[in-house]
Write a protein that binds this ligand. Sequence first.
Ligand code: PAF
Length: 295
Amino acid sequence: MSPPTQASSRIAAPTVVASREALREAVRTARARGQSIGVVPTMGALHAGHLSLIEASRRECDFTIVTIFVNPAQFGPHEDFQRYPRMLEADLAAISRIGAELVFAPELTEMYGPRHATFVEMEGVAEPLEGSCRPGHFRGVATIVLKLFNLTSPDRAYFGQKDYQQTLVVRRLVADLDLPIEIRVCPIVREADGLAMSSRNVYLSADERAQALTLGRSLSCAAERATAGERDAASILAAMRNVLAGAPGVELEYLALVDPDDLSPVSRLTGVTLAAIAARVGQTRLIDNCLLPVG
Ligand code: PAF
């Protein structure tokens, strides 16, 4: 393993390690230098959303670690674990262009030994929405995130708002298990046409992609209604469904207006409210969300 890049020469190809031992050694070295550590957990197939997280970490921390690991524990038996895009070379090239000190890209067996038997179970915020559509998903997320936190002992960890519920789960994990880590949530990055960036967008055909734009449009419609003073959740949801009806290829899994802290459904908008949507477009499952302002 070559030594981690010095914080002073910020744009450089990152050191890439695949073993927990090498990762821990790099973390020890950074700590011995007095550097603050930021971690950006990813499953690779990096897009501009991920890069914005890495950039945020680089602005706020001396030593940025990007983890790339497609975590089988967070995929259901009929989900896309096998076909999830894996493109390590392209990911490393993208990271090299903006810089990071270290990339941790372990093999499956490095993270889950043959006798692995410990998982993090979470109640509350992990249960509705994604939790009910994807049983076991957040058990897998919380387990791998805790493992990555234990391995990197970061000062800060960076997540995207697109996975809004995941950010609540990670915040709960950190609070409940007394982890001294600041969770930073960065805004959703969208394509020029409004589609929220996702590694799964590569699955979409041109026609499906066009249909998928209605997710973002339905959220914009909700934001417009809320800004215009509408407070009745049922009326906003009806307007969103109306937008989605224009795209017959979009198969809705859920559409919800919920409290942004505990994800409980709201019937009237009395404060900032989360509009969240999950849908299948062809074989591809997409999620998106927006925080609705109340004036
Ligand atoms: O958001 C993701 O890409 C994943 O859920 C994460 C946080 C890297 C855990 O595998």
